[in-house]
Write a protein that binds this ligand. Structure first.
Ligand SMILES: Cc1cc2nc3c(=O)[nH]c(=O)nc-3n(C[C@H](O)[C@H](O)[C@H](O)COP(=O)(O)OP(=O)(O)OC[C@H]3O[C@@H](n4cnc5c(N)ncnc54)[C@H](O)[C@@H]3O)c2cc1C
Length: 386
């Protein structure tokens, strides 16, 4: 990446990780991104490379062979990977949601069974199954049920999840289901291996962007899992999901910053080369102002991410800060990728240039892990003291 970066108050270790991931993203991730997007196929070789670097264990505690990354390191890795390819960063961040849930809520046996492999091999790949066809922004409206069978000491899962990242390539899922009654106080979190009988992967969605990332439905048809696979006490699942998602939102915000930075850098290189009216277009004041605006927006978004990380590391409640970061960073990704296409003119509208893919990819950052409207709801509630 080029250009001045703000927020350089990183430790030596964080800088070293940033440089490592930046190099990996430039050499191994970015070159195949366009092809993977066109083929709608996840680059598994890149995933294996992430595992070799230890990044699939980013949020796994060190005692289980993971990185035990702090929030800032988590954010930096997401930013640098998204600079290379958003679909790869998304897949990793969902895998990390799954490992975080096991690390935070699992028993010692569950942690020993799953975390070392998920960290060192990157497999089984993790999934996070919260959304449903009729329950997105309000997951409390979910209808998947988990009924306890005392005779076999098992739960029987029935229902349907939607929009599941890593749906086809995933091997283990964190699943939220209602255990008793119909209100949110009955939502419970389970760990469900994808090879459990009755765990069915639906068709892959065809999407505007993020096309190399597989997004599918997952349904449960009398899917029996031993009671020991319950991750939270009955009824404690939704608050656990929201806690996990606060960290997840910092990841998505960081990805949005990385994507915006990639678009900025492409536009900068293009504007220096492209000549109109007898000189490079980056001599034209209107174009120069676009760069001033984009650079300022990216810096502001990155600083909001860093503040959300700082609050988490200080043990403060960072829910509002995480929502501010996600809201601002995803809007920045949208506006910067839009301007990057504009600066490329007609060429930017073709698949010949990466900015076309960046523009399509950016939209998802305003939708998943809580839409912009939901982030504003969280922020308003916080700042109004409600
Ligand atoms: C590519 C992709 C990958 C995804 N990966 C995962 C995954 O791995 N796991 C998972 O569980 N989910 C995943 N999701 C789901 C994603 O988190 C949801 O799509 C998102 O939360 C929005 O839910 P919805 O699509 O049902 O929209 P809805 O909730 O139906 O919202 C529709 C519109 O109404 C607005 N709206 C809704 N309620 C309010 C309100 N109270 N105030 C203001 N506006 C409101 C929304 O902001 C939106 O604009 C993924 C989605 C996509 C597209």
């Amino acid at each position: 990446m080029t250009g001045a970066r703000v927020g350089s108050s990183l430790t030596d270790e964080q800088e070293a990780i940033r440089d490592l991931v930046r190099e990996f993203a430039a050499e191994e991730v970015r070159p195949g991104a366009g092809e993977a997007d066109e083929a709608e196929s996840f680059p598994e070789k890149v995933w294996d490379g992430l595992a070799e670097l230890g990044l699939t264990g980013l949020t796994v505690p060190e005692e289980y062979g993971g990185f035990g990354a702090d929030e800032t390191t988590y954010a930096i890795v997401n930013e640098e990977l998204a600079y290379g390819h958003l679909a790869v960063a998304t897949a990793l961040s969902v895998h990390c949601l799954a490992t975080s849930c096991i690390a935070e809520f699992g028993t010692e046996d569950q942690q020993e069974r799953w975390l070392p492999e998920m960290a060192s091999e990157g497999r089984p790949v993790g999934m996070f199954c919260l959304s449903e066809p009729h329950a997105g922004s309000n997951p409390a409206e979910m209808s998947t049920t988990a009924e306890y069978d005392p005779e076999t000491d098992e739960y029987v899962l029935n229902g349907e999840k939607q929009w599941i990242t890593n749906g086809k390539r995933g091997g283990v899922a964190i699943v939220f289901a209602k255990t008793d009654g119909d209100d949110e106080r009955s939502i419970t979190q389970f760990l469900v291996p994808a090879d459990a009988a009755g765990f069915e992967v639906g068709r892959k969605e065809e999407k505007l962007g993020l096309r190399a990332s597989d997004t599918t439905g997952i349904s449960f048809d009398d899917c029996r899992i031993p009671a020991e696979k319950r991750l939270t006490e009955e009824g404690k699942g939704l608050s656990a999901a929201f806690r996990t998602l606060t960290g997840g939102r910092i990841g998505i915000a960081s990805q949005a910053v990385g994507l915006a930075q990639a678009a900025f850098d492409e536009a900068k290189a293009y504007a220096a080369e492209r000549e109109q009216f007898g000189g490079p277009i980056d001599d034209i004041q209107t174009i120069r102002h676009k760069f001033a605006e984009m650079a300022t927006d990216i810096s502001a978004a990155r600083l909001l991410v860093r503040e959300a990380c700082r609050q988490a590391e200080a043990g403060e409640d960072n829910r509002v800060a995480a929502s501010k970061a996600k809201y601002r960073a995803s809007e920045t990704a949208m506006s910067v990728t839009n301007e990057a296409v504009q600066i490329h003119g007609g060429y930017g509208y073709t698949t010949e240039f990466d900015v076309e893919r960046f523009y399509r990819d950016a939209k998802i950052t305003e939708i998943y892990e809580g839409t912009t409207e939901i982030q504003k709801t969280v922020i308003a509630r916080g700042v109004l003291g409600q």
